[in-house]
Design a protein around this ligand. Structure first.
Ligand SMILES: Cc1ncc(COP(=O)(O)O)c(C/N=C2\CONC2=O)c1O
Length: 406
């Protein structure tokens, strides 16, 4: 079956953050914030969900569950769920874990909030690398814990871990947890096994728990390989792995993720305190994703590869002073445009008001992201082309950017 990633889907009136939540999320404003563009005129490249239809196989599974007519209190009881998850992990990552280690959550963000509370004591600290997904900071703040940031080294847009700094911060006795993102949002790095080995060894050396947030792991550029951190450390139970098909298959709204907890004590706390009932439609969708999502994902990855190639050519041609590298994973383009804009410009506001493009910038990624914008490329090529045209027009004051042939 050939899936249509060029389809333009109207999301208005669906309570989508993407169309209706940007004023509050990006600008911390109320709904009456006015722009020179109508809401429906914006090119939306901000929040990380996709403009592509959730795969038909998943939607079919949800419909089948609906046809059972009753949607009562539910949990994951059917062993087929674990089989589906386990088979996926074996097929894609050559990784397996015992059934009893698998817990589920109402999304990874809620899992982070809970796990930080269950792992850390008051006055302890949480270590992250920066720039970072903003909710890693929120998870520490929600639990009134100090956040410790280790800035990634940025060499002309190539990001790497500053291991000297990372180890120095991990050695702080009050640092008891590292929330680690692999693949990394927003840089798109897929950490190598050598880098992962060093992260794990440093954390274990200083008794630092690791929550390995691997939500983007299926969204690899063709040819790239993801290694679950826990796979490299089979003898420890202090790595918690968070994964979900929600990012992969555009179903974040179903609020369902997997949390693999090897440590028995932590798992007991989770089972005691986590609200266990789950949405039966989310269970059905997630299981279907892992059972039937392979072909859609294969075609999605090709489409995203082509979108990234297009952006790469476009930036090289129209924004030659920008710094951009095709990321190893995610559908997010992280572009350093500081050569085009003064330091103190509010980039999301600038692009919303001047270009009618909704995007996120480095200030939304905790630290160490100044001068960068992040574009969501999980959209039809026609939308991407218009978004890039608008961005380059306002940045280089060009009358009309020539279309880049890819
Ligand atoms: C690293 C990471 N962890 C967790 C989540 C959210 O997990 P959920 O609660 O949906 O299961 C995201 C979504 N990232 C987003 C969502 O919008 N913009 C982003 O960068 C993410 O990038």
């Amino acid at each position: 079956m050939k899936y249509d990633f060029d389809e333009i889907i109207d999301r208005t009136g669906t309570n989508a953050m993407n169309t209706d939540g940007f004023r509050q999320y990006i600008f911390n404003a109320t709904e009456d914030m006015k722009f020179p563009f109508k809401d429906e005129e914006f090119i939306r490249m901000w929040i990380a969900d996709m403009e592509f239809a959730t795969p038909p196989e998943i939607r079919e599974a949800v419909k089948e569950r609906l046809d059972r007519k009753i949607m009562g209190y539910s949990q994951v009881f059917d062993p087929a769920y674990y089989e589906a998850v386990s088979n996926w992990m074996n097929r894609y990552y050559d990784w397996s874990f015992p059934k009893e280690h698998l817990e589920t959550s109402h999304g990874i963000i809620p899992a982070l909030y809970e796990l930080v509370e269950y792992i850390c004591k008051p006055n302890e600290k949480v270590l992250i690398v920066t720039p970072s997904y903003g909710f890693f900071k929120s998870a520490a703040e929600h639990n009134h814990l100090e956040l410790v940031c280790s800035d990634l080294i940025n060499e002309q847009g190539h990001y790497s871990i500053d291991f000297a700094d990372f180890e120095a911060k991990a050695s702080d006795e009050q640092v008891t947890l590292c929330i680690f993102c692999n693949p990394h949002n927003p840089s798109g790095r897929v950490w190598t096994t050598e880098e992962l080995q060093r992260v794990g060894e440093i954390c274990l050396k200083y008794n630092v728990w690791v929550i390995s947030d691997e939500i983007h792991c299926d969204l690899l550029r063709t040819g790239r390989k993801h290694t679950p951190l826990a796979k490299l450390f089979p003898d420890t139970d202090r790595i918690v792995t968070c994964m979900s098909p929600s990012k992969t298959f555009n179903m974040a709204g179903l609020m369902f993720s997997n949390v693999i907890i090897a440590n028995e004590g932590l798992r007991t706390i989770w089972q005691t305190r986590h609200y266990g009932f789950k949405n039966p439609l989310s269970i059905a969708a997630t299981q279907a994703a892992y059972e039937h999502g392979d072909e859609w994902l294969k075609q999605l990855k090709t489409y995203l590869d082509d979108n990234f190639a297009f952006v790469d050519q476009y930036v090289k041609r129209d924004l030659p002073q920008a710094v951009f590298h095709i990321p190893e994973a995610t559908y997010l383009a992280w572009i350093d445009i500081r050569a085009y804009v003064p330091k103190d410009v509010n980039l999301p506001l600038f692009f919303a008001e001047q270009a009618g493009v909704l995007l996120e910038d480095g200030h939304m990624f905790v630290a160490n992201g100044g001068g960068c914008i992040r574009l969501n490329l999980a959209c039809p090529r026609s939308v991407l082309e218009e978004g890039l045209r608008r961005i380059s027009t306002v940045l280089v004051n060009k009358s009309e950017s020539e279309p880049v042939q890819v």
